[in-house]
Design a protein. Structure first.
Length: 234
């Protein structure tokens, strides 16, 4: 479904991503793990159209979307849940969800159905549908950011550090939700610094270090390899 080939990305002279290859098959949950600064976020941003890659290609369902801007990438069926909860604080939960849908491929009838799906996935959001996003907890805001991405009706969901800054109980809810989405057939690329969490839910894992993929395989294969440990913990 999503194929990344020899993707490179830089910030000026800083080469953040070097010739990265990734494959995310339809219905699979693939994790990209690695320590701070390994290049995980830059990889996701290069796929999502938030950073222009300096080389390589990105295809979705066989369609080349390399270098497309983020609005076009969303319409091509790729939605990013960015690190740091991109929501509109002055709007209510419901308004945040409806607004997100307009950047996607929804008509009005689908919008309602999608919103119901999001509320079913995150009952907490349903309870707070009229609440201003600004007044919600960090965990609820992260759920809302997640819900906004789902409102675009994505074929591929990109998740950037969904556990970041959340209380352990909220992290559990988040990962249960990711597992439920996966079992309902969603295609997911998950970036996560917490390797244990990522290994527990994924079908396939890529390990990144200094801009490159240094190991990949099934979670059980990857878990005990020394190069993986050194990539994660130095
Ligand atoms: P983290 O989990 O800390 O976000 P990461 O694996 O996602 O780490 P990136 O954020 O992709 O890593 O960063 C990769 C490299 O690019 C790092 O060396 C980082 O310092 C550098 N970098 C990231 N953003 C910028 C930027 N806006 N300008 C310059 N360098 C940057």
């Amino acid at each position: 479904m999503l194929r990344v080939s020899r993707l490179s990305a830089a910030y000026g002279a800083v080469q953040a991503v070097r010739e990265v290859d990734l494959a995310v098959d339809q219905g699979s949950l693939v994790a990209l793990i690695g320590s701070n600064g390994a290049g995980k976020t830059t990889t996701l941003h290069s796929i999502a159209g938030l950073h222009r890659p300096s080389g390589g290609t990105v295809t979705v369902g066989g369609r080349d979307i390399t270098g497309w801007n983020c609005h076009k990438v969303v319409r091509a069926g790729v939605a990013l849940v960015a690190e740091g909860r991109r929501i509109a604080p002055p709007l209510t939960v419901e308004e945040n969800l409806d607004l997100a849908a307009y950047s996607g491929r929804s008509d009005k009838a689908r919008l309602r159905a999608r919103r119901d799906e999001v509320f079913e996935l995150f009952p907490r959001l349903a309870e707070r549908r009229q609440q201003l996003a600004a007044l919600m907890s960090g965990g609820e805001q992260q759920m809302l950011a997640f819900g906004r991405a789902l409102m675009t009706g994505p074929d591929v969901l990109l998740l950037d550090e969904p556990s970041m800054g959340l209380a352990p109980s909220v992290v559990d809810v988040m990962f249960e939700t990711i597992a439920r989405l996966h079992s309902s057939g969603a295609t997911i690329l998950l970036v996560e610094q917490n390797a244990e969490l990522a290994l527990a839910v994924s079908d396939h894992v890529y390990v990144m270090q200094r801009g490159q993929i240094v190991a990949s395989g099934a979670p059980d294969e990857v878990r005990d390899r020394t190069e993986v440990m050194s990539a994660l913990f130095g």
